[in-house]
Design a protein around this ligand. Structure first.
Ligand SMILES: C[S@@+](CC[C@H](N)C(=O)[O-])C[C@H]1O[C@@H](n2cnc3c(N)ncnc32)[C@H](O)[C@@H]1O
Ligand code: SF4
Ligand code: SF4
Length: 346
């Protein structure tokens, strides 16, 4: 049995029942967040034909997902898909996305999968009136939602951003925040904008995956522990650890929260990976890198931390095994999740 097969067996009901297609149409973006390594001026993937060429790749993935998968999410991302210059009436990118979405609906229908499309955006568009009408129209026939990205450090946040959160409220499924060293520092200081969003939206705190240039932004294990302590003290609703804490306290089962299984990342140049991009060099990781399958990273995480004999195993969401495998991270001895869960019991 290979590592992937072994993990599927060992993890049992900790294996998520959700499949995820991360479809990065292009990297082009008109802003520059400090933690994001996208090639902001690249135009690869922006033509209609290039977008439609993703459909056979998605079909291949759908035909291979595990039979126990109950839901498939298609994450449509850039770059920034809703940049003003792409919605100016000359280059009508909304029409291109719509064409792609209708093709996706067609291939889902054939497989009796309910299409769920989630578009990830920086929410800076000033063409909100056009975009909201487009979303309303699409939602008459298909489920399309937004993930709004927010970061307390390194991301431009304008008045329009906060206005858009109100305008698009009904379509925003959640806010996404990247847990960098700087974000932890800002949250520890106290961030009013974050506190307001916390009252209004579900917030998912995503593990940061650095690039060689942004390696210094990855939190050390001790900083990650400080972040977990902040979750329990101040933000107990934050996903995924807020939820995990209550599950640990009630000893309820929990799935792993960072997908290794049934996940594909389709890149602008039509390369298909499990998560990593070609720009992530193998020498940056403590394990061997297989761009199609990161189960060896999860395997090493579980072995090194001895998760299978840990008292918190059934409730613990574990950690993103890829981000955890980044070599240049300041590591502590032992598992910080465990130290954190131990402190809850005191
Ligand atoms: C690359 S962005 C593209 C979509 C859109 N432009 C936005 O900012 O939401 C997709 C998501 O990845 C997050 N992200 C960017 N760089 C990241 C990194 N190095 N590690 C983890 N997530 C990252 C962003 O914050 C955003 O939520
Ligand atoms: S808005 Fe999105 S794509 Fe653009 S730089 Fe920021 S994270 Fe990257
Ligand atoms: S607390 Fe640590 S050792 Fe225990 S299951 Fe979670 S990640 Fe593994």
């Amino acid at each position: 049995m290979d590592t992937l097969g072994y993990l599927k067996t060992v993890l049992g009901n900790k294996k998520p029942r959700v499949a995820e297609i991360e479809l990065t149409l292009f990297e082009n973006c008109d802003v520059n967040c400090t933690f994001c390594a996208h090639e902001k001026s690249s135009v690869i993937g922006m033509k209609t034909e290039e977008m439609l060429s993703k459909i056979p790749l998605i079909e291949n993935f759908l035909d291979e997902i595990d039979s126990d998968v109950e839901m498939v999410n298609l994450h449509l991302v850039g770059g920034e898909l809703l940049q003003d210059r792409l919605i100016d009436g000359v280059d009508d990118f909304l029409a291109r996305y719509e064409l792609l979405i209708s093709e996706y609906q067609r291939i889902c229908e054939r497989r009796q999968i309910e299409p769920r499309i989630i578009l990830v955006s920086n929410m800076l568009t000033t063409k909100s009136d056009v975009v909201i009408k487009w979303l309303e129209k699409l939602n008459e026939t298909v489920f399309v939602r937004l993930i709004a990205s927010f970061d307390p450090f390194g991301r431009p946040l304008t008045k329009q951003y906060f206005l858009n959160l109100k305008i698009f409220r009904q379509f925003i499924s959640n806010i996404n925040v990247v847990v960098t060293k700087e974000a932890i520092r800002e949250l520890k200081k106290g961030n009013e904008q974050f506190d307001r969003l916390y009252q209004e939206f579900p917030i998912f705190m995503d593990d940061f995956l650095p690039d060689v240039e942004t390696s210094r932004m990855i939190p050390s294990d001790e900083e990650y522990l400080e972040y977990l302590e902040l979750v329990v003290k101040k933000y107990p609703k934050l996903l995924p650890f807020g939820e995990a804490i209550s599950k640990v306290l009630t000893q309820s089962p929990n799935e792993i929260q960072f997908t290794t299984f049934n996940k594909c990342n389709i890149l602008p140049n039509n390369k298909v990976t499990n998560y990593l991009w070609e720009r992530h060099p193998p020498e940056s990781f403590v394990t061997e890198v297989n761009y199609q399958d990161n189960s060896n990273m999860l395997y090493r995480f579980i072995e090194e931390n001895q998760c299978l004999s840990c008292e918190y195993y059934q409730s613990c969401p574990l950690r993103c095994p890829v981000s955890w495998s980044w070599k240049d991270r300041v590591r502590s001895k032992g598992c910080v999740n465990k130290r954190f869960f131990d402190s809850l019991a005191k």
